[in-house]
Design a protein around this ligand. Structure first.
Ligand SMILES: *Cc1c(COP(=O)(O)O)cnc(C)c1O
Length: 403
């Protein structure tokens, strides 16, 4: 473990493909003979000498000093995630929101200006629109498809641009290369939430984005059993974000980090099946008479399909569609699903579906939903790894329930 104090990629490690990296990207951290790494269930770690203690206490991100600062299981997951996103390093947090809020709060200060999208994961929107202004950080919200608006929003004190692609509710895309090209010459930090795509399908850092964030609750964990988050970035950014992390304390438990590691081993297999299932289901849904419209970046009918082909290798699990007959017909459809589980979240092995408008009915007015682009007949589905024919049969019977 001594050489693993900092989570840089091992100098002799081959440049593996993603499929290999998820299995072996952490093997250089091996400390004993176990094939499956142990869970380091320890809040604190002992030093053998005063010198060693001083070294542990004063090395940023030391993997075995105190678990809020880092843990050997975290280091393994971080090594794999940095490999997948092509960044120098990665930092694990206790949830996706932990990763997002810790990163943003580490990088902006009173007097800074930031730019974010009109549509983001709901809590990310709250951070930019409600929390940051309370601390003297000004936010400008732009339409993610309007690059001219984004360029026009840049001010001399713009510190950071936050993007997310694809994004709810209609799976709109942000042109990552174009955003990076706008920001780079002005030294503006670019941050992308890559949760909906996963690095198997999209690599924002290779397109010029500085920091890549994840809700590891989704594809990385892959089994709807843990919440976790990750920040993938340069060593310099990671040390700043880690510094804030030790203050905010969004620390993933060693057990959940281990479950995340276990989930990652099958990431490439799961994504392969999920991409294939979801595209097939999207095409099938488009052909059903009860369906008004299907939103999926992999479909030719998606308004940004050309951009999807340019920046994505696959299109992921999330599909949105509208059911003919309005709110009630949509509600009946979702309630009639037998195989697909009626639950939020995405990117796991089981197919999940929700009636989007019903989900927000308690917290948003109808007018707010309209502004957010949420129609009363939208369904959001996260397609899992079941057999495609069983999924089609389930949707088919649910669409054909008498009203
Ligand atoms: C789920 C999600 C988050 C929040 O992640 P948690 O792990 O639930 O905190 C952030 N961004 C996106 C795109 C998500 O899907």
């Amino acid at each position: 473990m001594k050489d693993a104090a900092r989570p840089e990629t091992h100098p002799d490690k081959p440049d593996w493909h993603d499929e290999t990296a998820v299995l072996h990207g952490d093997s250089w951290l091996s400390s004993d003979a176990s094939v499956v790494p142990p869970i380091h269930y320890s809040a604190t770690f002992k030093a053998n000498s005063a010198e060693e203690f001083a070294d542990m206490a004063n090395t940023p991100r030391h993997p075995n000093f105190y678990t809020r600062y880092g843990n050997p299981v975290h280091k393994r997951v971080e090594a794999i995630l940095a490999d997948l996103e092509g960044t120098e390093t990665a930092l694990l947090t206790a949830s996706g929101m932990g990763a997002i809020s810790t990163t943003i709060l580490a990088l902006v200060s009173r007097g800074d200006h930031v730019i974010a999208q009109r549509r983001h994961y709901m809590s990310t929107s709250r951070l930019f629109e409600e929390v940051l202004p309370r601390f003297g950080v000004e936010s400008t919200i732009v339409d993610q498809t309007d690059l001219e608006a984004m360029a026009a929003a840049i001010k001399p004190n713009t510190r950071l641009i936050m993007v997310e692609t694809p994004v709810n509710p209609t799976l709109s895309l942000t042109d990552l290369r174009a955003v990076a090209a706008l920001a780079k010459p002005k030294d503006i930090i670019t941050v992308a939430d890559n949760t909906f795509a996963s690095p198997l399908n999209q690599k924002p850092h290779a397109l010029g984005i500085d920091i890549v964030l994840h809700s590891a609750t989704k594809y990385f964990g892959g089994h709807h059993d843990i919440t976790a988050g990750a920040v993938c970035c340069s060593q310099a950014h990671a040390e700043k974000i880690w510094d804030m992390h030790t203050t905010l304390g969004s620390v993933l438990s060693p057990m959940d980090a281990w479950l995340l590691l276990r989930g990652l081993r099958t990431l490439s297999l799961r994504i392969e099946r999920i991409n294939a299932n979801t595209l097939a289901l999207a095409q099938w849904l488009e052909a059903q008479p009860q369906i008004e419209r299907v939103f999926y970046p992999g479909l030719e009918s998606h308004p940004q399909h050309a951009l999807a082909l340019k920046q994505m290798r696959g299109f992921g699990a999330v599909i949105a569609f509208s059911v003919k007959g309005g709110f009630d017909a949509t509600s009946r459809f979702v309630s009639s699903l037998r195989l697909a589980t009626h639950a939020v979240s995405l990117g796991g092995v089981e197919t999940l579906a929700v009636h989007t408008a019903a989900m927000w009915a308690g917290t948003m007015t109808e007018a707010q939903m309209k502004t957010a682009g949420i129609e009363p007949n939208f369904v959001r589905m996260s397609v899992g790894v079941e057999h495609i024919d069983d999924l089609k049969s389930d949707l088919d019977q649910a669409l054909n329930q008498p009203g």
